[in-house]
Ligand binder design. Structure first.
Ligand SMILES: [Fe+2]
Ligand SMILES: [Fe+2]
Length: 255
């Protein structure tokens, strides 16, 4: 059962004058990644086939992630009249698909997959906390706060299931570290981060503005910035943070 719905957001409290253009750019990218959750649910369904407890849990997880995308996309349409979230999402999906019909995790094992998921969720929780603290726009602040709480709950969800697998067949520490390291955006092949960038929406983002938004989130809150000074995500396998932090890196690479 979801902890909240779009109806819980006071959309009428939106203050157009408080929209920060830098954060708007970041939110649009985040909305695309979140809204693509159905592919992840299908992927995890393949990986964890037969584990009915986990399969039931990720159905709720997927709906919550999709709701994150819907909330952020709706906010972006308020903040930028003319922005077509549905169209941007269609372009994004045409450009990137999560692996489907797999027989095992691309992380090598179910436990490894759950390690990767835990790191992703902690990274996204930190990032939305930073957005919540950075923005002066009340609707975005409310949305980011709710999403940050969801992401931490997701971390706990994957932690619980990881413990179950780890108890039966312990995953060695070096393997766990390897999973985290191979999720680093420095080593990751074309994935969500790069494809979010090449999507219709993300193409219109300014690297300077996105970098400023991340910096603002860090300096205006007690939350550590998820991006390093070189533009990489601090949390090595945070897909969403990688997407955002990768803005700077990609521009440098093509400059
Ligand atoms: Fe999310
Ligand atoms: Fe999540």
């Amino acid at each position: 059962m979801r902890r909240w719905s779009l109806d819980d957001i006071d959309w009428g409290g939106f203050e157009g004058g408080a929209v920060d253009a830098d954060l708007l750019a970041v939110v649009k990218t985040a909305a695309l990644v979140e809204a693509n959750a159905a592919d992840y649910v299908a992927y995890l369904g393949d990986v964890f086939r037969g584990d009915e407890a986990f399969l039931a849990a990720i159905q709720t997880w997927g709906r919550e992630e999709e709701q994150h995308g819907a909330a952020l996309g709706r906010w972006a349409e308020l903040a930028e009249p003319g922005f077509d979230f549905a169209g941007a999402l269609a372009a994004f999906r045409a450009n990137y698909r999560v692996p489907q019909n797999v027989t095992q995790s691309i992380r090598g094992s179910r436990a490894g997959e759950l390690v990767a998921r835990q790191v992703v969720e902690t990274g996204t929780s930190s990032f939305y906390s930073a957005i919540r603290d950075a923005t002066d726009e009340p609707v975005l602040k409310a949305i980011a706060g709710r999403i940050a709480a969801d992401e931490f709950a997701h971390y706990r969800l994957f932690q619980i299931h990881f413990a179950r697998y780890h108890a039966v067949e312990p995953l060695p520490l070096p393997t766990r570290l390897h999973v985290a390291a191979t999720r680093s955006p420095k080593r990751e092949p074309p994935g969500i981060a790069s494809n979010a960038w090449s999507s219709d929406t993300a193409d219109r983002l300014s690297p300077r503005r996105a970098r400023s938004a991340v910096a603002a989130a860090a300096t205006r809150s007690s939350v550590t910035s998820p991006c390093t000074s070189s533009g990489y995500a601090r949390r090595p396998s945070s897909t969403l943070a990688s997407a955002m932090c990768g803005v700077r890196t990609r521009r440098r690479a093509t400059a």
